[in-house]
Write a protein that binds this ligand. Structure first.
Ligand SMILES: O=C(CO)[C@@H](O)[C@H](O)COP(=O)(O)O
Length: 219
């Protein structure tokens, strides 16, 4: 079984204190830092671009797990790679040619993630799974933190895990959206090994990040 990892989403952090928030996440045992990039077009919200990632890069050695919710995405991939992203995750619907965008991310020396929205089917990526390092399953419609977990996506995770076993290939399964101390177990049992969480990590237990990360990891 793969090690369970936590990727806290800084969408729920105090933006005026991002450097300190990242330090708190590092001290609290985060395995990576999840950066939600939104363009107000692919999703109905605007967040951060490469300069913010670049300015934070020097303050942590943790990998930056960058989720690009932007369309068209292809021409911006290099900017995020140059800014210091370690994992670059894109949506199949946001690029004209998913295989070409995957190759581009690899050519920049970065790990490739592909994300599926709740309504997106696995067959969008089945043929490319052997090229992908991470599949990010959205358990909310992307755009905002603090939304309600959609349990129906657990079936998609089970199916992905089955395909991974059958094809004997290796990729991480990450889940994102509404993850809390009740559904973390369901996500892990279904096959997810990386949990993204914003609200639960930053807001629960008076913002005790270490406690919240430990609780999310224990299943
Ligand atoms: O990308 C998104 C939302 O679009 C997520 O990364 C959320 O930011 C996770 O936040 P919570 O649902 O845990 O509050």
């Amino acid at each position: 079984m793969k090690k369970i990892q936590i990727s806290p989403s800084i969408l729920s952090a105090d933006f005026s204190q991002l450097r300190n928030e990242i330090k708190r996440l590092e001290e609290g045992g985060a395995d990576m830092i999840h950066v939600d990039v939104m363009d107000g077009h692919f999703v109905p919200n605007l967040t951060m671009g490469p300069p913010i990632i670049k300015s934070l890069r020097k303050f942590t050695k943790l990998p930056f797990d960058v989720h690009l919710m932007i369309s068209p995405v292809h021409k911006y991939i290099k900017d995020y790679a140059d800014a210091g992203a370690d994992i670059i995750t894109i949506h199949p619907e946001a690029t004209e040619n998913l295989a070409v965008s995957i190759d581009h991310i690899k050519s920049l020396g970065k790990k490739v993630g592909v994300s599926l929205n709740p309504e997106s089917k696995i067959n969008l990526i089945t043929d490319l799974l052997n090229q992908i390092d991470l599949v990010l399953i959205m358990s909310v419609n992307p755009g905002f933190g603090g939304q309600k977990f959609m349990p129906e996506v657990l079936e998609k995770i089970k199916e992905l895990k089955k395909i991974r076993d059958q094809k004997n290939i290796d990729f991480d399964i990450e889940i994102d959206g509404g993850i809390n101390f009740d559904n973390n177990k369901l996500a892990i049992e279904a096959g997810a090994n990386i949990l993204v969480s914003g609200t639960t990590i930053f807001k629960n237990n008076n913002g005790d990040i270490k406690k919240n990360i430990d609780l999310l990891k224990s299943s």
